[in-house]
Design a protein around this ligand. Structure first.
Ligand SMILES: *Cc1c(COP(=O)(O)O)cnc(C)c1O
Length: 374
């Protein structure tokens, strides 16, 4: 007998239709020889148009896009890059690989993103860039960060991997930085399985990163196999780009699905002692990952709720840990907001095709645990 209540509710999984399958099959059958870059070029074009930026280079991962972009800016040994303490390691790893130092600062309690005052306080003569990570779809305060970056002559880089569909006062997340990186990992709003993209409006940075992305070979060079510097090999394949093209044709629907899911949770939890991803006036949140942060004054056992989910075959995820708590960097327990969030916040299932019945199943557990705590 089928036990429907126990059907697994994944926290994310891609939305794949007949269109993605058709393009992938076409790339596998025909996307070779003269046509081996067709889907890649089309994907880069579609993404540029969506964001409203001048240049895009598809990559094998979001981490790779960040790595090449920073290398293109000349970031290296002795440089400091400021980012929020509570983050996924992918944002910090490229900084470390380049020999630079990730400088972690606390985040704001409402957006869970960089606190501009802490950013400014952390600037030293070694600071090269601010890395604005738009966490879970929430936007960093781009006006304040841009002002600080201008004043101190720093690059402002956006890690927009989680911010497809997010808009800051008319400008899409990822269109405002010196450069930006996105990820198309299978958990993200738009997917190519694995993949990413580097985007910029800066013509000369684009040329430098294009050369880096091609194993250091400049595109104007007539000599074969002639790298002018040590570069990278972080390319997206035509097969992956084919799936990406289908996803880009469906991007408005993919974003709308994320918003529908978030709104269901938000409306259901309206009276519970918790906050969720904010959407300040003048902004749009792409709501990549609906997240609840239980009020600090409430006694809440996060792992108990995750265990209840697990018993009902529902995936939940802990909020990212403070990077400074991992043992890889100096511990910074004075980052009160980051350390507090990490104890009382978690991500809820949010794949595009999640049904209202499944949403209700998730909500019932949250309401049961937190309804009494009001
Ligand atoms: C997913 C993600 C990345 C890395 O993307 P990959 O494609 O997995 O390399 C980087 N930054 C953030 C904020 C992410 O969520």
């Amino acid at each position: 007998m089928n036990d429907l209540r126990k059907s697994r509710i994944y926290y994310t999984k891609p939305s794949i239709t007949e269109l993605e399958s058709r393009y992938a099959a076409d790339a596998a059958t025909n996307g070779w020889g003269e046509r081996c870059y067709e889907y890649i070029e089309r994907f880069e074009d579609l993404f540029r148009q969506h964001l409203g930026v001048r240049h895009a280079i598809a990559t094998s991962s979001g981490t790779g896009a960040l790595h090449m972009g920073m290398a293109g800016l000349g970031i290296g040994a002795g440089d400091e890059i400021i980012l929020g303490d509570i983050n996924w390691i992918a944002s910090a790893a490229p900084i470390a690989h380049l020999g630079a130092k990730p400088v972690l600062v606390d985040v704001l309690p409402d957006t869970w993103c960089l606190d501009p005052a802490s950013v400014e306080a952390a600037i030293t003569p070694q600071t090269k860039a601010i890395l604005a990570v738009h966490l879970y779809g929430n936007l960093c305060d781009m006006d304040s960060l841009a002002t600080i970056a201008r004043k101190h002559n720093l690059y402002l880089i956006e890690d927009a991997a989680e911010a497809i569909g997010s808009v800051w006062h008319g400008q899409r997340a990822g269109s405002m930085g010196t450069f930006s990186a996105f990820s198309f990992h299978g958990t993200k709003t738009v997917t190519t399985g694995e993949g990413g993209i580097f985007v910029t409006n800066d013509d000369s940075l684009y040329e430098r990163v294009l050369t880096l992305s091609n194993h250091g070979r400049a595109r104007g060079d007539k000599r074969q196999f002639w790298p002018e510097r040590i570069g990278f090999k972080f390319k997206m394949s035509n097969l992956q780009a084919a799936i990406g093209c289908a996803q880009m044709e469906r991007i408005e629907d993919l974003i709308a699905a994320k918003r529908r899911i978030f709104e269901y949770y938000r409306d259901t939890f309206a009276n519970l002692p918790l906050s969720m991803n904010p959407e300040p006036l003048g902004t749009v949140n792409g709501y990549w990952m609906p997240t609840i942060a239980v009020d600090e004054r409430v006694t809440f056992d996060r792992s108990a709720l995750l265990d209840i989910f697990k018993a009902d075959n529902i995936d939940g995820r802990v909020f990212f840990w403070p990077l400074s708590s991992l043992g890889l960097f100096d511990a910074q327990p004075s980052h009160h907001v980051s350390y507090s969030l990490s104890r009382r916040a978690l991500n809820l299932p949010s794949y595009h095709d999640l049904s209202d019945a499944d949403l209700a199943r998730v909500c019932a557990h949250v309401t049961h645990v937190l309804g009494a705590a009001r």
